[in-house]
Design a protein around this ligand. Structure first.
Ligand code: HAM
Length: 424
């Protein structure tokens, strides 16, 4: 019998886990600079939350959800995204009774039954932010700049920011009618998928990459020409705030998102080096979502970034994150007595936050030294019976080859002098 990980899932192994830890650490740091606090919601929710929140006729709800009945006969779904859960939690815990706006972020796995390919998985990881209970366009710009800052923090500063406004409950329905009429007139040039979308979700047609559809789409009525006054003002102000921050963006009236809850601002950050799945993060306003799932009129805005895509983007640009696996000291032992004494020394060093290691396979000195090398040990020390008897041993810098004779009883003090604890 042989088991593989389920299709579309990945094991994240060392040393790659160090990159994930680095990304998460940096995220906590940068998000807290903007006063966003971490929220942790369940990995699964009742299915109805996503059906109502994301929208019945979206790809996610129609065909990508991991839905099952639990032993109590309830329909449960592994979360395909984080926003609906965050708003559910905000409403359920009556956070609206506290000072507003509320600024949350989350990091964790999401699940979508998609066709796996580069940058697209069935279990993937998002880090996302949500700012709830304010319609201030300054928050839209803050959220976007926060995402860009995060990417810059990882060394990515040449990505494209696409910006659109998808209107509101007043101006979108008449626009959608106009679009439907136009698409119906050009039905014969549309692919089968788009034909079926005209009635169900015509905005998604704007996203089709099919050549023939593209020729129809380019002359289709644009949402940005059909916004009501209040949406136009909001969109203008978002741009004004982005200008204040000197953030470059591209107005893209064809930008529609795959989830139905968006209103007003919608945005995506794209890395053209990534091929078909080139959106590193996307988001927007969802001023109707709280109403949809909890009968409360509360605006919100957020984005989510795919960590796997971020890593692919870094890889495509050959950017190395500053992570390093290794130990500060490897103790090479000769004989049982030295092993036991070294075991005690390791414990003392580890207690003082030194990363230390020794041999657990009764190997000879040569193999132990090879291990130290493979482990990226900064220093090694050989301890045998002689060293114990003389209270003296040689500590060696593995990079430079420099050696120093030290008193064994002083090992901790010597290590404090040798290793810059800042780096640990
Ligand atoms: P989304 O565009 O569906 O939005 O996903 C956000 C990001 O998650 C994508 O840009 C991509 O980087 C990553 N992603 C999505 N699906 C996959 C997949 N199958 N494999 C790998 N990465 C993937 C949302 O989820 C919204 N909740 C974002 C949001 C937050 N809007 C407002 N607040």
């Amino acid at each position: 019998m042989k088991f593989n990980a389920p299709r579309g899932t990945n094991d994240i192994l060392p040393p790659d886990t160090l990159k994930w830890q680095y990304i998460e650490k940096k995220t906590h740091q940068i998000f807290s600079n903007y006063n966003y606090q971490e929220i942790r919601t369940p990995i699964f929710e009742y299915t109805g939350l996503f059906q109502r929140g994301i929208g019945e006729v979206t790809d996610i709800v129609e065909k990508e959800m991991y839905t099952f009945e639990d032993k109590g006969g309830r329909s449960i779904t592994l979360r395909p995204e984080g926003t609906a859960s965050v708003i559910r939690s905000f409403l359920e815990n009556k956070i609206y009774g506290q000072a507003q706006p509320t600024k949350y972020y989350y990091i964790g796995p999401m699940f979508r039954y998609e066709r796996p390919q580069s940058g697209r998985f069935r279990q993937f990881h998002q880090l996302g932010v949500e700012a709830i209970a304010s319609n201030d366009p300054a928050l839209d710009a803050e959220i976007i700049s926060l995402g860009m800052r995060l990417l810059q923090g990882f060394g990515l500063d040449d990505l494209e920011l696409h910006l659109n406004s998808v209107g509101c409950a007043d101006c979108r329905p008449p626009y959608v009618d106009k679009l439907k009429n136009y698409l119906n007139e050009h039905q014969d040039q549309l692919c089968d998928n788009c034909k079926s979308r005209i009635d169900r979700n015509p905005l998604r047609v704007l996203d089709c990459k099919n050549k023939s559809c593209q020729s129809v789409i380019k002359d289709a009525p644009k949402i940005t020409d059909n916004l009501c006054d209040s949406c136009t003002d909001h969109f203008d102000e978002v741009q004004e705030y982005l200008d204040i921050l000197n953030l470059d963006y591209l107005i893209n009236p064809l930008l529609v998102r795959g989830l139905d809850y968006y209103t007003n601002t919608a945005f995506e950050i794209k890395d053209n080096a990534l091929g078909a799945q080139n959106t590193v993060f996307g988001g927007g306003r969802y001023n109707g979502l709280a109403e949809e799932i909890g009968n409360r009129d509360l605006p919100g805005i957020g984005f989510a970034l795919g960590i796997e895509r971020l890593l692919l983007s870094l890889e495509a640009k050959d950017i190395q994150l500053p992570v390093e696996s290794g130990v500060d000291l490897y103790i090479t032992v000769i004989g049982d007595k030295a092993k036991k004494e070294s075991f005690k020394l390791l414990d003392q060093l580890r207690n003082q936050d030194f990363r230390t290691e020794m041999d657990y396979l009764d190997r000879g000195v040569g193999s132990q030294m090879k291990s130290a090398d493979r482990m990226n040990a900064e220093y090694t020390i050989i301890i045998g019976e002689d060293e114990l008897n003389n209270n003296s041993a040689t500590i060696r810098n593995m990079k430079s080859g420099d050696e120093k004779e030290i008193q064994l009883s002083n090992l901790l003090e010597e290590m404090k002098k040798l290793v810059d604890k800042e780096d640990i």
